[in-house]
Design a protein around this ligand. Structure first.
Ligand code: HAM
Length: 413
């Protein structure tokens, strides 16, 4: 016998039982974005591979190990999107959105792909809700975006949430700092993990992210970027913080915050949840990416945004389950009355009610069991004596002429 085919490792099916809470999350996000003037965007599921290698960064785990890259029939290298920011900026440039009033504010709910080791809260296909504001360097953009993710997390009842912020400065100040850090790492090389040592040249900042205890000890005394930032960057960061405080948002500054993507400049932030396992406790995060548009051939264009994992938000949230009846009308019938029952169910739906009809040939007793399982408010039973209408929220059963069933229901739902 051939092996049973299953969903690929790290992926999952969104079954109807999961669809409800996802829909509610989407609607909550849509409402929050609409109020703040964000328009929805959907970019293609795959893009030219170098869109990601140039922006996310050649040295990052995402580009080095995690991209699903394929060659299509014409020999072009394409990659299933591992993230949404580079595609949105590509779209902004391609459609000349710089001609619109700036910043252009966009949001998305899309699926993304990373070849990672699957575990709780980490998948190979996952969904993100994300937002990008492109075309303004104003610190108010940063603060507003940080606030919006906070608002979303609060609206879904995410538990034990903490906001952490940092500033990375501009590439020039980072380059000088990077050299200083590399020297420090080389001087302490014998105490660092192999992985960190291997990355001293390509990505020394990642050393701050190490889980290896001796490395962490060395990093506790490492030079900090925040102490090396020029005044413009510090002023920008200070204003972001002033605005967050003006909005009563509490946060901590963590100068060692690192994110796994290379395009960030200046503001960086993450919302973490104590309800998730430490290794995957980031609900969402993002930052400023003022150099990204240039990296893909566009004019200098500031940008800022974030993305939050749908799976992680749902795991950390306490959205209440809806308790109202799920169904307005269940239509049951005795043999010989199928067509009339079929008609009533269709009419009820056209009139805007939720209605269900027996579709599996059950006995009348079986049908009534189904009706109560679906928590239908009304049950209409077509039989030789006419239509018996039952209000499951009380009252006597009534025998009514078939054409008046809708009238009875309409009066009360
Ligand atoms: P990111 O930090 O790579 O940022 O991902 C954002 C969020 O997506 C994470 O905090 C996590 O909740 C979720 N996530 C990432 N990878 C996985 C995975 N393998 N399984 C489940 N969830 C995952 C970005 O993607 C940036 N594009 C965010 C951004 C937008 N920065 C500026 N604008």
């Amino acid at each position: 016998m051939s092996k049973k085919i299953q969903a690929p490792r790290g992926t999952y099916d969104v079954l109807p039982s999961l669809a409800d809470e996802r829909l509610r999350l989407e609607q909550t996000a849509a409402r929050i974005f609409e109020r703040a003037g964000y328009g929805r965007i959907e970019t293609p599921t795959f893009e030219a591979t170098h869109l990601f290698s140039r922006t996310v960064g050649e040295a990052t785990d995402v580009v080095q190990k995690e991209m699903y890259t394929l060659q299509d029939g014409s020999g072009d290298s394409l990659t299933l999107r591992p993230e949404g920011t580079a595609p949105v900026v590509r779209s902004y440039l391609e459609h000349g959105m710089h001609k619109e009033p700036q910043p252009v504010k966009l949001w998305y709910l899309s699926n993304f792909f990373r070849y990672e080791r699957p575990q709780a809260g980490r998948f190979r296909q996952f969904w993100q809700i994300g937002a990008e504001a492109i075309g303004s360097a104003d610190p108010a953009v940063d603060a507003e975006l940080i606030l919006l993710l906070g608002e979303l997390l609060e609206a879904i009842g995410a538990r034990d949430v903490k906001l952490v912020i940092a500033s990375l400065g501009q590439p020039e100040s980072r380059a000088a700092y990077r050299e200083e850090l590399q020297q420090y790492l080389r001087a302490h090389q014998d105490q660092l993990s192999e992985e960190v040592v291997a990355r001293i040249d390509l990505n020394p900042l990642r050393a701050f992210d190490a889980k290896h205890a001796p490395t962490q000890k060395v990093m506790a005394n490492a030079p900090r970027l925040i102490d090396r930032l020029p005044k413009e960057d510090l002023d920008h960061f200070a204003e972001v913080q002033d605005l967050l405080r003006a909005a009563d948002l509490s946060y901590t500054v963590d100068t060692t915050l690192v994110r796994g993507l290379d395009y960030y400049t200046r503001t960086l932030f993450e919302y973490q949840s104590g309800a998730l396992e430490a290794a995957q406790n980031t609900l969402g995060g993002g930052g400023r990416y003022d150099g990204l548009a240039e990296q893909i051939g566009g004019p200098p264009t500031p940008g800022m945004g974030w993305a939050a994992g749908v799976e992680r938000m749902l795991m950390a949230s306490t959205q209440p389950q809806p308790v109202e009846p799920l169904l307005d009308l269940y239509v049951a019938y005795e043999p010989g009355h199928k067509a009339a029952a079929f008609r009533l169910a269709a009419d009820a739906r056209s009139a805007g009610h939720t209605a269900r009809l027996e579709l599996a040939g059950r006995s009348l007793k079986g049908q009534l069991k189904q009706a109560s399982r679906t928590r239908a408010r009304y049950v209409a039973i077509f039989g030789d004596d006419g239509v018996q209408l039952r209000d499951r929220e009380g009252g006597e059963d009534k025998v009514v002429p078939p054409e008046t069933v809708m009238h009875h229901i309409r009066g009360s739902i």
